[in-house]
Design a protein around this ligand. Structure first.
Ligand SMILES: Cc1ncc(COP(=O)(O)O)c(C=O)c1O
Length: 340
């Protein structure tokens, strides 16, 4: 494999920078299960404030944070309405069903990343003992394919949930990418929800960790579920410090990832053997399809040249803080040799 390897598989592959490592080393710590880790408490207060919620809770992963949210909102034989392609439904091992007896009601997503409000309304089940009780709508922002969903849409779904007595959760693993893309304060994207899960270990570049925000009552209940699923951590300040560093230093720079993705999409579109999906980059993601259909051959070739990505048809490339424009140029040069 050629060096350096250009890893475009995900924004989860970033490594903590030296300053982040220093912040971790300097972190004050205590036992967080007793609520005594000052750094974790600081991170939680910070996320609560930034997201416009009363309280927040630190989790080891986004999957566990989403799971605790679903378990908190829904009882056994309740259901939640969710996109077919959403991470909470498709990529979290059916955790809500397995551990909470919660039935998903998946639905098709619109190309713009939204769930059609009229369709949601039709899927809400009547109060009838034959049916599961519809309790929750779960959105995603950005969506798995990098689409930023607008604040006005979030507000519309809030109103729909209020009319129907439903709770509203957002998997905001990349909500700061959405805020940067839409040029809004992140609170505009988080305040409409009863709960929001934010990942620190994606574009923000922390090694691990997610934070769930909501009301005091919601977070107290989520804390019980976090314990049940084994997410109560002890001297977690060492990783919370990385999260604080990420929020302080790595939010506005997400625009560089978006610019690199746009550059990558523009340059790739010059190769006639492929077609760029969605007409260009979406936040920090680029998708393309090969016209000749030799997806496996192309992926093996790219890997042998030290360019890593996921997906075959389409291919997915994700930009992040450990790749600058010169890395993108190098990836383009190596991929270009395949098309030459
Ligand atoms: C949209 C989305 N939500 C949630 C998660 C889960 O995060 P984690 O890998 O920390 O469990 C991911 C991970 O890639 C994701 O892309």
């Amino acid at each position: 494999m050629n060096e350096p390897v250009i890893d475009l598989r995900s924004d989860t592959v970033t490594r903590p920078c030296a300053n982040m490592m220093q912040a971790m080393q300097d972190a004050e710590m205590g036992d967080d299960v007793y609520g005594e880790d000052p750094t974790v408490n600081r991170l939680q207060s910070k996320v609560a404030r930034i997201s416009g919620h009363e309280d927040a809770l630190f989790f080891p992963s986004g999957t566990q944070s989403n799971l605790a949210a679903l378990l908190t909102h829904c009882n056994r034989a309740d259901e939640y309405i969710v996109a077919q392609t959403a991470h909470t439904y498709k990529y979290e091992g059916g955790g809500a069903a397995a551990l909470g007896g919660i039935q998903p009601q998946p639905m098709e997503r619109n190309p713009d990343g939204t769930l059609d409000p009229e369709r949601i309304q039709k899927l809400i089940k009547e109060d009838d003992f034959h049916f599961a009780r519809t309790r929750l709508v779960a959105l995603e922002n950005t969506t798995g394919d990098g689409m930023a969903v607008s604040a006005s849409y979030c507000q519309e779904i809030r109103q729909l949930c209020d009319r129907n007595g439903l709770a509203l959760h957002v998997d905001g693993a990349r909500i700061f990418n959405a805020a940067i893309k839409l040029k809004v304060d992140v609170v505009e994207l988080t305040r409409h929800f009863d709960s929001v899960s934010i990942c620190l270990s994606k574009g923000l570049g922390a090694p691990v960790g997610s934070v769930l925000a909501g009301s005091h009552e919601f977070i107290n209940n989520a804390r019980r579920w976090r314990k049940v699923v084994g997410g109560g951590m002890r001297q977690a300040g060492i990783i919370a410090a990385a999260g604080i560093y990420a929020l302080d230093h790595n939010v506005s720079r997400l625009s560089e990832d978006h610019a690199n993705a746009e550059y990558l999409a523009t340059k790739l579109s010059e190769f006639s053997d492929l077609s760029i999906e969605f007409g260009g980059a979406r936040t920090n993601m680029v998708f393309f399809r090969l016209k000749n259909g030799n997806h496996d051959e192309f992926a093996s070739y790219a890997e042998s040249k030290g360019v890593l990505f996921t997906g075959r048809d389409p291919v997915r490339l994700v930009t992040h803080k450990d790749l600058d424009k010169s890395d993108i140029d190098l990836a383009l040069e190596r991929l270009g040799e395949y098309f030459a």
